[in-house]
Design a protein. Structure first.
Length: 272
């Protein structure tokens, strides 16, 4: 359960770091699933610009019993419920196994602008719960944030540079914040680099400005992102929405597991 201090910090800064949420056994299970999912030739697997290294795998909770249960573990679900003030459903899951020396950049962005413009999300009542499966260091692509930027509306300073939902997934992202705006915000808000051991959880607001540099180390950097949306904030109908595996349109509330997610896993094959 989050403390009053945790909630106050999140409301002020837009993020919260919770070390040691998951054990080595649990992250080890998810890393094995990361390797398996990275080998699947499915539309949800996105490659880096070299066409070889895996950049992301989306909708992992639909391809893995372990990740499906993980999204319903109370250690993930309860912070989302507490901070959003309602039951939640999964808007999106994304696994980023940033490859040694080849894992590419994620430019500065606010997730909510994508969810709003490309998915039809009405209000910013959604957040990220991200869990480090590997140790995240200063060298292998940590998450950079601008604290407090979740309180800012940057629609007028974000330009849509490319057509097509596919360009919401690549290193050359679709919606780009202007360099002048980024310079001004970095000067006024400062930057924080979030690092941590495997099992660390980082919760952050969907409007928080964040990015990730390339992996310049020889070590893999795997992070799983669960994007929870309030059940009171279903997506509106829009023209040409992104695929359902990128933006779920089923606001059915998630039911929490009674036990930790790995307790009763007999196999880790697809739940469907």
């Amino acid at each position: 359960m989050l403390s009053a201090h945790d909630i106050g910090f999140y409301e002020k800064h837009g993020y919260l770091v919770l070390p040691g949420q998951f054990s080595a056994q649990e992250t080890g299970l998810l890393l094995r699933e990361t390797h398996r999912l990275s080998q699947l030739e499915i539309p949800q697997r996105i490659l880096e610009r070299d066409g070889e290294q895996v950049r992301s795998v989306y909708a992992v909770h639909r391809h893995s019993n372990a990740f499906d249960r993980f999204t319903r573990d109370l250690r993930n679900l309860e912070p989302a419920r507490a901070l959003l003030g309602s039951d939640v459903y999964i808007h999106q899951t994304q696994l980023n196994p940033k490859a040694p020396f080849q894992g590419d950049v994620w430019e500065w962005h606010q997730d909510y602008l994508y969810w709003q413009r490309d998915d039809g999300m009405v209000e910013p009542r959604a957040l990220n719960v991200s869990v480090f499966l590997d140790e995240v260091t200063e060298f292998n692509g940590p998450i950079f944030i601008m604290p407090g930027s979740h309180r800012l509306a940057l629609d007028d300073e974000t330009r849509t540079a490319q057509d097509g939902w596919e360009n919401t997934l690549t290193a050359d992202i679709r919606h780009k914040i202007t360099p002048d705006a980024l310079r001004r915000l970095a000067d006024s808000l400062g930057l924080v680099s979030i690092k941590g051991k495997p099992g660390t959880t980082v919760v952050f607001d969907g409007r928080l400005l964040h990015c990730s540099p390339p992996n310049l180390s020889g070590n893999l950097r795997s992070v799983i992102f669960i994007r929870y949306n309030s059940v009171d904030n279903p997506l509106r109908q829009i023209a040409n929405p992104r695929p359902e595996w990128l933006a779920s349109r089923d606001p059915k509330p998630l039911t929490a597991l009674a036990d930790p997610f790995a307790t009763t896993i007999a196999d880790v094959r697809s739940p469907v």
